[in-house]
Design a binder for this molecule. Sequence first.
Ligand code: PEP
Ligand code: MG
Length: 328
Amino acid sequence: RQAAYAKLRDVEPFTRDGQRIQVMMNAGLRDDIPMLSLTGADGIGLFRTEFQFLVSAALPARDRQTRLYRDVLDAAGTKPVIFRTVDIGGDKQLPYLSNEYGREDENPAMGWRALRLALEREGLLKVQARSLLEAAGGKALNVMFPMVSEPWEFEAAKAVFEKQIVYLKTLKRKLPEAINYGVMLEVPSLAEMLDQLIPQLSFISIGTNDLTQFLFAADRANPKLAERYDWLSPAILRFLARVVQATAGHRVELGVCGEMGGRRLEALALIGLGMRRLSITPAAVGPIKELVRQIDTAQIGAAMSRWLANPPPDMRAALSDWAVQQGI
Ligand code: PEP
Ligand code: MG
């Protein structure tokens, strides 16, 4: 099988009915970069910048951040990279970043983390913005903000970048040729406000890892709740279908970067819902490319519509039986 996946490395993933599915990979460290050419992924759909912070003994200085981002862009060549600004705090505590309100979060996943922290620690976001802007000089820069819960948070974070652009212009630094801003959709409240936000966005990436835990109020790391945390539950799939609907007819690009997209039945469901971009763990790129080539999007789309309107008792079984029938 490994050999079969290797053969697919340079093959663009088209479905049987000719739909191009972007199969991108998730990454976070310099060591992950070679996986891009090894897997033949379409790019890095989620670069988790906080990994550099988590493995450092002190806040990574601007030149270290810039060097990492530049190395990633150099290795990616013409393939796109989406950099997510730091998602720290909550359960990803940094020993060198004090918890300034002096108490532990009782619910760290829902606590003072990600953009919530970065917008208050503006120096941190400013340094990261400048590092990203300088690293992408002369190229396209794709920036994504995590844990956006309301549109103003996106606007405030984008303003930090825009201010740095003005500053870098005064220094006559080489700026990116284009800057595309996007959000992670992982807090359910944002889905209710998409009409307000979409005109300002180049892309939306759905973080199904967090989204699922917030939708079900079920901790993503608690094995006792594993059965409640089900990516194939009709509630999640209906939620995702509404997001697809909300973006239809707009220029915004939509994808999924949670682990869900790296699993066969889940990827089948996502493509059936109309998703055309998945960003997944590198090991899953080969298997998902192989799957894509066996799918007819019209057929899985029709089946998904039926199941969403009238949910079968066991969605996983329904999808699995359907896949067997189709010879997938
Ligand atoms: C997610 O929440 O789905 C996601 C991709 O981000 P992370 O797993 O880093 O929280
Ligand atoms: Mg997340």
